[in-house]
Design a protein around this ligand. Structure first.
Ligand code: DHK
Length: 146
């Protein structure tokens, strides 16, 4: 159950703490702090707040998603590599009953075949790929104004 006035939860999965350092030719030079700040200022334009959480651990992400039920108005998630592997993450994401925007910094469809399938996309309201970190801002704006 989504809480319409609640914060927008920004979730980042494995390896996204290394943004800015990790393959900058693919993921860009901005850091995870830059992403969170971009989300914060975007939400603020619409008088909304964010909560942000990153983990390299599937179970920690799942626990954070469970805690979001009845609290958040929507979820922006870049599941990192768990996008392509995790049924458990997908099962958790339906529990808050909140709109979900799946974000990928890179255009996963222009990359290796194994990145073309997402366990999350079928339960997402919207999917953004290839817009760099601006995809997070687009996702926050979408959730804040829908
Ligand atoms: C981030 C990752 O860590 C990869 O595992 C995904 C995604 C793509 C991104 O583009 O943000 O395949």
């Amino acid at each position: 159950m989504a809480q319409s006035a609640g914060p927008i939860l920004i979730l980042n999965g494995p390896n996204l703490n290394m943004l800015g350092t990790r393959q900058p030719e693919v993921y860009g030079a901005d850091t995870l702090d830059d992403v969170v700040e971009l989300c914060r200022v975007t939400a603020e334009r619409f008088d909304r707040k964010i909560d942000a959480f990153q983990s390299n651990h599937e179970g920690a992400l799942i626990d954070r998603i469970h805690a979001a039920r009845g609290v958040v108005s929507g979820i922006v998630i870049n599941p990192g590599g768990l996008t392509h592997t995790s049924v458990a993450l997908r099962d958790a994401l339906v529990i808050p009953e909140a709109p979900i925007v799946e974000v990928h910094i890179s255009n996963v469809h222009a990359r290796e075949e194994f990145r073309h399938h997402s366990f999350v996309s079928p339960i997402a309201t919207a999917v953004i790929a290839g817009m760099g970190i601006r995809g997070y801002a687009a996702a926050v704006e979408f959730l804040a104004t829908r």
